[in-house]
Design a binder for this molecule. Structure first.
Ligand code: GUN
Length: 724
């Protein structure tokens, strides 16, 4: 947007009661778009805070605000404190005037200087007091930097000392928001200790500290491990800042793991050395005939022309280029979160750089190795060193898996072997394996050779087979899916080359898939359905049975039964009972649209786009009546598959919220008293009061720990309330 006289209006302060609160607006697994509320505007995350050196300004902060729309930046309070000419202005006016920037200003504390120069002469309380006095929005306590080359006990001292400084720093900061950095070097136990220890205090943001040398040495695998171990132990309601991380190449992976804020001096530092940042690495202008990407900063000039400029002009152009590329990659990440494709972006980017690929492969294989997911080997066998850390990493990976939502809308683009490791696919498969149970004891018919929708090819045949004692499965590139779930995403929405479907079925794989579905030692019959010609006869010959009548009713019942069991955690006996005598309203495309109980109540509505199923309030009343577990008046431990067949998760809300929920209004964070540990984003939940009375049914937007931790934002999108 062009502003009158080129000036963007100053930001509006947040509502006073929201100051310092963080909320999630959109999520994709653990990746999130959020809002941090401050006195200088609402910061939309994930975002980049460019580093401003108050002494050397490559791009003016005012221009960052007006031209680039940058909502927040970071500068160093220690540098201001050290230089009298800066200190005086900052104290007399404030930091916003000192650097002429109306947006949010975060300051660092001098810790990084102590890492570079050995020590700083400022006190723990003194530097926080100073930051408060110059009016920064988010100050940073003086943490103790932990380097990757330090011994365990040196790092432990840094962690302990940082935790010790937390209370006096917070007390000094008063109402000024404060960063509480996480240290711990490359030791997972110490990262965990730091994250747990610092989480006990009310910091506004938790930066991950001590990672600059790790990134400089391109130890991205260590970075991924650190991120996973820290993030899974920090309160989800606290935004996480990656201290000193400004290389766009790292953004997708870190955003996918829940990073909210980045800061970058890289745009200016690299520019000084004639280097360009790109989403795939760093390139030198000295060796360049063409630009790697065109941005406003360099449009109309060639690399040779920029090389010929005096150093300061060249640096400025390259710094602008670097900033534009960096901002662009973050926009791409945010859009990917909206589109539900952030992991795919991280996956694609991982192919651009060997160290990043190593980190990515470690993430998707090692933590999962000891969990239920099989390892599909390719270049993955390179990453073997899980050793004694097995249990620990598995736990961290569970944290990432648990936040995935499935089924999703839209197609699942095939990305080679990596596709199997996408966390939402792992999650979808795991849910299937733990909840689905075979109901036919006979032979297994495996249909293969064609992409979905399979019903248009073999729907009629299946209706004739459904009353036989046969377990019907479809072989997809993501594994087997029971026919009853033939429209379920991601299995039914894979988009990829033809050969994916044409491959000869691998019997070993089919057997192992069946075993994971609880089917052992059965006769397996494979049938190619790519050709429609003579399909019925081939099937009956193969199965050695007589052609039978179509039974659509039974097929409908079977499909709804399995959706209730797999997607809603309903006990099979309960699902069977409720569907006794049910009738089905069909869509124009001949699919079940509504499920009507024998007594006429509309209970469920399958979601035709992605194969899910929604409960009406009548369906919710029934599911509510099945409850065996006590009312969850606290927050159970998070778990993906705990309490299998234990029913739909309950969320208990405050009495103040009850009338609104009964009217169908959303459940906001801050009104939740407890929930079952198996609450997951996008899954159906029953909303109840503290006595267990049903108030409504909705779809959770959160995990259990988010319900416990957040005080702002939407927790549950209510589908229907239950009026009194
Ligand atoms: N800047 C880069 N790394 C760090 C860190 O670990 N602590 C602080 N305070 N600032 C940093």
């Amino acid at each position: 947007m062009k502003w009158l006289d080129g000036r963007r209006p100053d930001p509006k302060p947040c509502r006073e009661k929201d100051l310092g609160r963080f909320e999630i607006t959109i999520r994709d697994g653990q990746a999130r778009l959020g809002k941090l509320h401050t006195a200088h505007g609402v910061l939309e995350t994930p975002c980049l805070l460019p580093v401003i050196n108050p002494n050397i300004r490559t791009i003016e902060p005012r221009e960052m605000w007006d031209k680039y729309g940058i909502q927040a930046l970071i500068t160093n309070s220690y540098v201001i404190w050290k230089h009298d000419h800066l200190k005086e202005v900052a104290l007399e006016k404030n930091v916003h005037e000192l650097i002429d920037y109306p947006g949010i200003i975060m300051t660092d504390s001098g810790t990084f200087q102590s890492y570079i120069y050995g020590d700083v002469e400022v006190g723990v309380e003194e530097i926080v007091e100073f930051q408060k006095n110059i009016g920064v929005d988010i100050a940073t306590m003086l943490d103790v930097f932990s380097r990757p080359d330090m011994t365990y006990s040196q790092v432990e001292d840094a962690v302990d000392e940082t935790i010790k400084r937390a209370a006096p720093s917070l007390e000094t900061a008063g109402s000024t928001m404060l960063n509480g950095p996480i240290q711990g070097g490359i030791f997972p136990e110490l990262r965990a200790k730091s994250a747990i220890g610092m989480s006990k205090f009310d910091f506004t943001v938790h930066p991950i500290g001590g990672i600059v040398p790790i990134m400089e040495q391109q130890r991205y695998k260590d970075l991924a491990k650190i991120m996973l171990v820290c993030k899974s132990r920090l309160k989800p309601s606290k935004p996480v800042h990656m201290f000193g991380c400004g290389h766009p190449m790292l953004f997708p992976m870190l955003v996918a793991m829940g990073a909210d804020l980045f800061d970058s001096a890289a745009y200016a530092l690299f520019a000084r050395d004639g280097r360009l940042l790109t989403p795939w690495g760093t390139e030198k202008i000295a060796e360049m005939t063409e630009w790697p990407m065109i941005t406003p900063a360099i449009s109309g000039v060639t690399p040779a022309e920029v090389r010929a400029l005096p150093k300061s002009e060249r640096t400025e152009i390259l710094a602008r280029f670097n900033l534009e590329i960096t901002l662009q990659e973050l926009s791409r990440c945010r859009q990917a979160v909206r589109d539900g494709t952030i992991w795919r972006l991280a996956e694609r980017r991982s192919h651009e750089h060997s160290a990043l690929r190593e980190a990515f492969l470690w993430l998707v294989t090692n933590p999962a190795k000891s969990s239920m997911e099989p390892i599909i080997l390719d270049d993955i066998s390179a990453s073997k060193e899980i050793g004694e850390q097995k249990g620990r990493w598995e736990e961290n990976w569970e944290w990432l898996l648990n936040a995935q939502y499935t089924p999703r809308n839209g197609c699942e683009t095939w990305g080679g072997i990596d596709t199997h490791h996408r966390p939402h696919i792992v999650m979808a498969r795991r849910r299937l394996f733990t909840r689905w149970r075979s109901t036919s004891p006979g032979d297994v018919l495996v249909l293969h050779g064609a992409p979905a929708p399979w019903r248009t090819k073999v729907g009629d045949l299946i209706e004739r087979l459904v009353s036989q004692d046969i377990e019907i499965m479809v072989l997809t590139p993501l594994g087997l899916i029971p026919w009853s779930l033939e429209d379920l995403n991601p299995w039914a929405q894979i988009e990829g080359p033809d050969w994916l479907w044409k491959r000869r079925p691998d019997m070993m794989w089919i057997k192992s898939e069946l075993e994971r579905l609880g089917i052992f030692e059965r006769k397996i019959l494979c049938m190619d359905i790519s050709e429609g010609e003579g399909l019925h006869q081939r099937a009956f010959d193969l199965l050695k049975i007589e052609e039978s009548e179509r039974d659509r009713e039974m097929l409908n019942r079977w499909q709804i039964f399995d959706k209730l069991v797999v997607l809603n955690n309903i006990h099979p006996n309960d699902a069977e009972e409720i569907l006794e005598g049910a009738t089905y309203v069909m869509s124009r495309t001949d699919r079940v649209k509504n499920v009507i109980h024998a007594d006429g109540r509309h209970l469920f509505s399958p979601r035709l786009a992605e194969g899910g199923i929604s409960l009406t309030i009548e369906g919710a009343k029934w599911a509510h009546s099945l409850r065996q577990n006590p009312i969850p008046l606290g927050f159970g431990p998070e778990g993906i598959i705990n309490n299998c067949a234990g029913g739909i998760a309950w969320v208990v809300v405050d009495d103040d919220a009850a009338p609104f929920i009964r009217q169908g209004r959303t459940v906001m964070h801050g009104f939740i008293l407890g929930c079952d540990g198996w609450v997951r984003p996008d899954e159906t939940v029953l909303i109840v009061d503290k006595n267990g009375n049903l108030l409504g049914v909705g779809r959770s937007q959160s995990t259990a720990s988010e319900m416990e931790s957040f005080t702002k934002g939407i927790a549950i999108k209510t589908r229907e309330g239950l009026p009194l």
